[in-house]
Design a protein around this ligand. Sequence first.
Ligand SMILES: C[S@@+](CC[C@H](N)C(=O)[O-])C[C@H]1O[C@@H](n2cnc3c(N)ncnc32)[C@H](O)[C@@H]1O
Length: 211
Amino acid sequence: MSEPVADVVARGYDRLAQAYAGLEDGVEWPRLRRLRELLARLPQGSRVLDLGCGNGVPATAEIAKRHVAFGVDVSPRQIELARQNVPDATLSVGDVLELRYEPGSFDAIVAFYTFDHIPRERLPEMLDLMRGWLADGGWALFTVEAEEQVDTVAKWLGEPMFFSSYDAETSRRLVAEAGFEIVDAEVEEQLEGGHPVSYLWITARRREEER
Ligand SMILES: C[S@@+](CC[C@H](N)C(=O)[O-])C[C@H]1O[C@@H](n2cnc3c(N)ncnc32)[C@H](O)[C@@H]1O
């Protein structure tokens, strides 16, 4: 592929932001239920980063109700919408693989439906970054698509979009190898515009440093 993946994804979401928001019409995806379970474990005012936050609804907005919300997305259009939807959050445009936060900056990091858009061979690097940004014992909640997809650009919602994922067992193993204690790992199907799609949902904690 000649064009950087992040550019394909950013342009795609700039154009399909509205169509994406309509995919959930009439159904409720598992993210809000799972996010609420996670947020209930955190003391009020915890620092929570939402990677690939999209337009900020519903996840970043839910975080901002009781916590200090941070959101990053590679699509300027999505961040423009997120700024309108969640004015209290700290939001920025960026590629999640290029972010550089201080170690231990966050009490929890979430990423919903984001990692299917980064090359799968970079998933270990992504997990390593997340682990570094989390405080000891910090929480992570994220999805990866459960079906294997070799790096590909396909038309999705009328725009070229990049997809990539390992099978669920490989992704789960990579999370454990990255220094996370897996608290829960479950494949759950959801309807996207009437089509069933399965995601592996991971809830994990940063393992404490050994002394
Ligand atoms: C399927 S949408 C999910 C949006 C939101 N998390 C949600 O729950 O609806 C994926 C989002 O991830 C963003 N994204 C994909 N790859 C990214 C990357 N490398 N860096 C930052 N954002 C990325 C896209 O721009 C898009 O807004």
